[in-house]
Write a protein that binds this ligand. Structure first.
Ligand code: AMP
Length: 175
């Protein structure tokens, strides 16, 4: 079986001082651009959760969209975008938070989920956990039940996982 941690590691480029000094940016665009690798990663996440364990996938703008759409297609469920402020056209729930580099607001449509719908939430990188914590709260405010949060890469020197506890975090690679 493929070592997904190794696959993520070898298809990630570290970019120092982006988008500002002191941040080591994990660039996953090489992973997304490689067809067999992208498929292996998406299938690996789907297999981790197992068929029928979620009803819909929510992806966090913007790189989370790529992964979420792949998992949704692979498992035959729908995909919901959690977007940056001002992008969604209808009534939304919104939440603001501090980012590793700046501040952000996320939104989800108020009617994005059926009541109790089981939602797998997906992003590319877990850093401080602010993005994920806000998203999980938005999903639940919109009526969804979060059944998992998954990332390709987790930065263990930041307190993302602790911040989300007791929720379980699934990461293909922890650095
Ligand atoms: P955070 O809210 O601090 O956990 O930040 C996670 C969000 O910011 C994710 O959507 C990531 O795409 C992005 N992000 C934060 N830090 C990095 C990093 N060092 N490299 C790549 N993306 C990052």
């Amino acid at each position: 079986m493929a070592d997904l941690a190794e696959i993520v590691a070898s298809n990630t480029v570290d970019v120092p001082d982006f988008p500002k000094p002191g941040i080591l940016f994990k660039d996953l665009t090489p992973l997304f651009a490689n067809g067999p690798v992208f498929r292996e990663v998406v299938d690996g996440i789907a297999a981790h959760y197992g068929a029928g364990s979620f009803d819909v996938v929510a992806g966090i703008e913007a790189r989370g969209f790529l992964i979420a759409a792949g998992i949704a297609y692979a498992t035959g469920v729908g995909v919901v975008p959690v977007r940056k402020a001002g992008k969604l056209p209808r009534a939304t729930h919104r939440g603001s938070y501090e980012l590793e580099y700046g501040e952000a607001t996320l939104e989800v449509h108020q009617d994005a989920f059926r009541p109790g719908e089981r939602v797998l939430v997906v992003d590319d990188v877990l850093a401080t956990g602010g993005t994920a914590a806000t998203t999980l709260e938005l999903v639940e405010r919109a009526g969804g039940t979060v059944v998992g949060f998954t990332v390709l890469l987790e930065l263990s020197f930041l307190p993302g996982r602790e911040r989300l506890a007791p929720r379980e975090v699934h990461a293909l690679l922890t650095v």
